[in-house]
Design a protein around this ligand. Structure first.
Ligand SMILES: [Zn+2]
Length: 346
């Protein structure tokens, strides 16, 4: 990839729908927060810190990646820290050429083993993205995550807290909370356990996306579609194993949020060149390209576009198509999607 092509891809307007807020914390910010809050993380050796807080080689499986998340989870420890992380997420996205982004976070996961409540976390994120949107020409939506491995009552409480923000407008930016996501290991859980929380969120006007078909097979995607009826699927890579499930995705007009490098690092695909992204695309399934956890994986979205160009032969027209599909399927209000389309993609 020449520098010239790289800078063209960086400048290209992009839409990203799948990025984890806490998978996108800058190394320098981790160091600052650890020192300020005297956290139990050794930051004296930068190379060592990077080794423990990033993943650049394929891990054993998704569970191993989630363990690295445990380390960086400690850093989102106060309103100020979370606001800074949210602001920098928006700034980094803008520098990556992104015009509309949906960032996701799990209040209950962040709050674990800390003296911090869901409200404080939600306020920090809302204030951070407000600061980012005030400084840069970028539209930001938020998706709150329910983690499959947390206790049901914890997930229930966090869902109710989020819905209270959405319905009562506790914050001037509360209308930026636009989606619900079910994440974390799928192969040991049953989607029907989360049907009630999904329905409550849908009734509150939130779009529904579900991490599925990542550490599980095509039948898991089929169950997710049948039992939870999501608008979008996070990853869904293994749906390619079953033509009937691919047809279901098309019939239901479900967009796949695909993240090539992430899927390679979790060994969902053995090598990047074998990712089924181009297969789904050619088959007429709506897809968009995403970075998932850019700082954690030491990448950015431009890097994922380079991969799509190099391995899947994506052209500027293909990128435009996937970005326009992402705009159609954003959980932000349609008028925002149309505004971004007219300003940057027409
Ligand atoms: Zn994800």
């Amino acid at each position: 990839m020449s520098t010239y092509q790289h800078s063209l891809l960086r400048k290209m307007p992009k839409v990203e729908l799948h990025r984890h807020l806490d998978g996108s914390i800058r190394q320098g910010t981790i160091v600052d927060i650890v020192k300020r809050h005297k956290l139990d993380i050794d930051v004296s050796d930068r190379a060592r810190l990077k080794k423990h807080s990033t993943i650049t080689e394929p891990m054993q499986d998704l569970a191993a990646v989630l363990n690295v998340f445990e380390t960086i989870q400690k850093v989102s420890c106060s309103y100020e820290a979370i606001k800074r992380i949210a602001f920098e997420n928006v700034e980094d996205a803008w520098m990556d050429g992104i015009k509309l982004i949906e960032l996701r976070f799990s209040p209950a996961f962040i709050a674990r083993e800390k003296d911090i409540g869901n409200d404080e976390i939600i306020e920090g994120v809302l204030d951070g993205i407000a600061q980012g949107m005030g400084k840069y020409d970028i539209q930001v939506g938020l998706i709150t995550i329910v983690s499959r491995t947390l206790d049901h009552h914890v997930n229930e409480q966090s869902t109710m807290d989020v819905i209270a923000y959405v319905e009562k407008g506790h914050h001037q930016m509360a209308d930026r909370i636009v989606g619900f996501d079910l994440a974390d290991r799928e192969n040991t859980s049953d989607p029907s356990d989360f049907g009630e929380l999904v329905e409550l969120s849908r009734q509150a006007g939130l779009g529904i996306t579900v991490h599925s078909g990542e550490d599980s097979d095509a039948s898991a995607v089929q169950r997710t579609l049948t039992l939870l009826n999501p608008d979008r699927i996070g990853h869904g890579v293994n749906a390619w194993q079953d033509g009937d499930v691919v047809e279901m995705l098309k019939e239901r007009d479900v967009l796949l949020e695909l993240c090539p490098t992430s899927n390679w690092l979790t060994q969902c695909v053995p090598v990047l060149a074998e990712h089924p992204l181009p297969d789904f695309y050619q088959a007429g399934v709506k897809v968009c390209i995403n970075s998932d956890d850019p700082q954690l994986m030491d990448i950015d979205l431009t890097h994922e576009y380079e991969i799509a160009q190099r391995y899947y032969g994506f052209t500027h027209e293909d990128f435009k198509k996937t970005n326009l599909d992402a705009l159609k399927k954003t959980f932000l209000p349609q008028e925002i999607g149309v505004h971004v389309k007219e300003k940057f993609f027409s």
